[in-house]
Design a protein around this ligand. Structure first.
Ligand SMILES: *Cc1c(COP(=O)(O)O)cnc(C)c1O
Length: 355
């Protein structure tokens, strides 16, 4: 296995509908203009006014005291774990969580923590499952210090944690002496789908972050929020990991633009995902999971075609999909895919199944 990503094949078919991920959006002309116009300073030195504006706005949006701007969502999760936990601690999360499956083992590699993965439908666990995972506080057991929740749950099909389940899990965690961290990579998708304000969704969580590259159209950037003391401690890890930046306002400006222009429109992505799922449900050999937000997962087992083969065939027709298991495919809607793109994707998948 090589770690370096492969470069695009110059002979590859032209991409006509990119449903691979909501991270593949390109900054719009207006977003780039906002970046050009942003006042800048040395972020590492506390001098970038655009970064301060973004952090202030995010702290208010998520109902927390303070915020810190970071290059990526992965860094938000890892700095949160590094700040909440000590070596030898145990973090409780869903078994399919991004911190378990997609961060290169960073909780162990960087923070020296183990992660206890809980089962549960659609990337979520309930309060009884959480309580059953609590260990007796004794020298033999790893100290359990953090519960992690993904809103929306990516491998759970973009599912939205309901408020009552969130509240129960947060309360039980706090009773058990644990902090709660929300991986809000796609928090605004949950906010738009449920019609619940972000601060209310994050109310029981000690820390929460939002990714500006997941369907919000920014080229990079994520903001981690928590108490002022927590964010102060997080800054030490930001410095240690090389996440302290310089004229980062050029990117924070894209995030501010995204907050103004690209949040309410997530409803369109959800409608497109629903349309895609309705079309997929008509196709032979496909079992589609009902989408709640912008992620559509479907199973190809009954068709006899693996996810990788289906994706390869669709790619030849200019449609990009991602595979999440041998027979599990993910299609992701976002601001660079319109209803024509959905129709194109359905045609390509229909043809791929008939091949
Ligand atoms: C994408 C993603 C991340 C990581 O974000 P990056 O900005 O790609 O580092 C973390 N959690 C979830 C649920 C994600 O989907």
């Amino acid at each position: 296995m090589r770690n370096t990503p492969t470069r695009p094949d110059p002979l590859a078919p032209q991409v006509r509908a990119n449903l691979y991920s909501d991270t593949q959006t390109k900054p719009s002309a207006a977003m780039k203009q906002a970046m050009m116009d942003a006042p800048l300073g040395d972020e590492q030195h506390g001098d970038d006014p655009t970064v301060h504006a973004l952090c202030d706005r995010m702290a208010a949006l998520l109902g927390k005291e303070a915020a810190v701007f970071l290059p990526s969502g992965t860094m938000c999760n890892e700095i949160a774990i590094l700040t909440h936990c000590r070596h030898g601690d145990e973090v409780i999360a869903h078994e399919t969580a991004h911190i378990v499956a997609a961060e290169g083992g960073a909780p162990g590699a960087l923070a020296g923590v183990s992660v206890l993965g809980l089962a549960g439908a659609r990337g979520q666990f309930d309060v009884d499952t959480l309580r059953a995972a609590f260990r007796e506080r004794r020298r033999h057991a790893p100290p359990q210090t953090l519960v992690e929740i993904e809103q929306t749950a990516n491998l759970g099909g973009g599912s939205v944690w309901p408020l009552d389940r969130l509240a129960a899990v947060c309360e039980a965690a706090h009773e058990g002496g644990m902090a709660v961290h929300m991986d809000g990579a796609r928090l605004m998708n949950a906010v738009v789908a449920a019609g619940v304000p972000a601060a209310e969704m994050a109310a029981g969580c000690d820390t929460v972050w939002l990714d500006f590259t997941k369907g919000l159209g920014a080229p990079l950037g994520a903001v981690l929020c928590g108490t002022a003391d927590f964010i102060d401690a997080a800054w030490l890890w930001k410095q240690r990991l090389g996440g302290s930046m310089r004229q980062a306002g050029i990117c924070a400006a894209a995030c501010l633009y995204a907050l103004d222009h690209n949040v309410a429109r997530l409803a369109e992505d959800h409608a497109n995902a629903a349309a895609l799922a309705r079309g997929l449900a008509q196709l032979p050999g496909i079992a589609v999971e009902a989408p709640e937000t912008n992620l559509v997962f479907f199973d190809t087992t009954a068709s006899g075609i693996t996810a990788a083969e289906l994706a390869a065939r669709a790619r030849r027709a200019g449609v990009q999909l991602s595979t999440m298991g041998r027979y599990r495919v993910r299609a992701c809607t976002h601001l660079d895919v319109d209803r024509d793109g959905i129709a194109l994707a359905l045609d390509a998948i229909r043809a791929a199944l008939a091949d």
